[in-house]
Design a protein around this ligand. Sequence first.
Ligand code: BGC
Length: 785
Amino acid sequence: MLSLRIALVAILLLVPMLSTSAQDVPQLGEAPLQDVIDAMTTKEKALLLVGMGFSMNIPGVPPMSPEDAAIPEKVPGAAGRTHAIDRLGIPSLTLSDGPAGVRIEPIRESDSTQTYHATAFPVATLLASSWDTALAHSVGTVFGREVREYGIDILLAPGMNLHRNPLGGRNFEYYSEDPLVSGSMAAAFVNGVESEGVGTSIKHFAVNNQEFNRMQLNTHVSERALRELYLKGFEIAVKEAQPWTVMSAYNLINGEYASESEALLTTILRDEWGFEGFIMTDWFGGSDPVAQIAAGNDVLMPGNPGQTEALVTAVENGTLSEETLDASVERVLQVVLASPTFRKVAYSDAPDLEAHAALARQAATEGMVLLKNEDEALPLPASQTIALFGNASYDLVVGGTGSGDVNEAYAVSLDAGLKEAGYTIHAALEGDYSRYIEEAKANRPPPPMPFMLPPPIAEMPVDEARIQQAVQNADVALITLGRNSGEFADRVVEADFDLTEVEQALIQKVSGAFHAVGKDVVVVMNVGGVTEVASWRDAPDAILLAWQPGQEGGNAIADVLSGQVNPSGKLTSSFPVAYTDVPSAENFPGKELPSDDAPSIFGVPSEVVYDEGIYVGYRYYNTFGVEPAYPFGYGLSYTDFDYGDVTLSASMLDEEMTATLTVTNTGEVEGREVVQVYVSAPAGTLDKPKSELRAFAKTDLLEPGSSQTLAFTLTAADLASYDAARSAWVAAAGTYTVKIGASSRDIRQQASFELAEEQVVETAHPVLVPEMSIKERTAPAAQED
Ligand code: BGC
């Protein structure tokens, strides 16, 4: 009886609890995830998958909903936000660009007491030219701290499309013409950023290698080139770093928008590679929101109310299943659960910009490439007087434009960096340039669109008298060539890839005048991508490729010019002799197609055919015997390195094998060497490049006389090519040669091993098949060695 009474009391006590929890709405992080999803209305699910929009008054750009517009931005200047669903405890995530630094508004109307600058790091191409994945990880970590300290959840970086053609307008945001370099750098960077508890978005998946009509460009590309080149870097990054998110590309691939391609986003990215995070569109990318969600593209950015409505209607009329919607919702919520906003991580709005600037400076020095150094013209002796020519010497291009731009607190120009390093700048020249640049900037028309590049300031012509005066008063001449580019437009050959007449004349006249009295001339290339060098490189004594080096650029260039830092960068993309040598020159940027569409900022239907196939960059130059100006992997040092014999752990490949060799610094100063491992495959059924990069490493800082032993592991997967006929990665049987070198054309040691039998390393799906037959380039029959 007693126990019955206790039981009754217990039940009575429980009733109110049960009824409260039944009425209670499940809260994210407290209730099981499935309960949260089950509690969501279709509209709420759709809202979660469609961003809050962009408050921009541009014709053709759909506006935000008035409710969303009324919600103040958590981080002004961030690129996007997801919707909060307060009822279920789901907060809004904040997403911010970009690859060279956290891109936010530095000044807030609401707050005049503080600024919100971010560190402008060197551009991705420079970072990759360091070939130092540990450095990419360190830079990523510091990025991650800035992301977190500014209250942001996801960084919209790294960009990792390939340098298919030097004119790609966003190449500076990307790493290389080679997918192993791109994938390894991206993985290290992502692991660094995400070690700070914030997310990344590797972008733009995939084949977004140009800007021309980027939102409506159909790229015709073979399955093999896709798999081996354009997808490979993403595959490496996904497998090695499992980023929180992936950003799908604007373009179409073989007839299908990347953001609407189930083959790309689900079959390849998720099923084959095991990607676990969520996929977002690029801003305003694709055309059909329902097709995007159906393909597995979980979030539509920046989002607009029309897309939310379209998703709700599609679920109601059965064209989109609730399960598909739920799968996306779950993927998004998993990331929300990990986000700093959900975890209520406190943020300071005050990252340690000083410490981060120091890393930006060091990173910049690590990726600069010494292209020429005749008679040890560099390093420059201390306290010299420098005749500093070239607009960019006084107005350094620290990074590119568009979403790859950063609002840094300051930028160190080259003249300032050189002065800081103890050099004297020829005063009359400095005066001429300063006045000229100030005036040109005051009269410069604004850019055609807010994110776009303003027209470049024409190089200042320098008259003979001024050059002669500089010859008298200075010890050395230094000429800086500057280039900039960014989103919305590709570069052009004339006066961009090629030098302008004024630049050519400047190099020739200054070199002539300084050489006449035995004084040296140095050219600094302050560029975001591959630029013509062959026509003028004989004139100066030294050439330093400084890229776009970030806000500490002037100091970093001075560090290398003065020998404070020994340059150790090497090229991650080939420099051709002429643009016409580029294998895709005939097929870049493609052509516009006839269409009835009214012109809009979203471009017009266009197409491009990648008929160079797998022969991009060094794979082409080295296989077809085309001499580049500077080959892939090339870069000089102020010291020399000796490569000892290579030892292979076996003469037959079983599971894996190791190639080991010792590198010794045989010069006078300390330095680091980038060691590259190329492999030549036996002639099989598939056409093969002469050799391909399969591994690389950078030595520590080696004192003169000291050595380091490096070991590289190779497996059958590293030897495989993609056989589209079999939808498989296949390593052919036969003799492979491991070629270890200082560049792709400077092989120092080699050794061979056998693969006894053909190995099918991995099978894939026959998807993304071109809708037209592409007449691809094939290797010449006899490849010289
Ligand atoms: C760019 C992306 C960027 C996004 C958000 C787009 O125009 O292509 O790289 O992340 O804008 O700013």
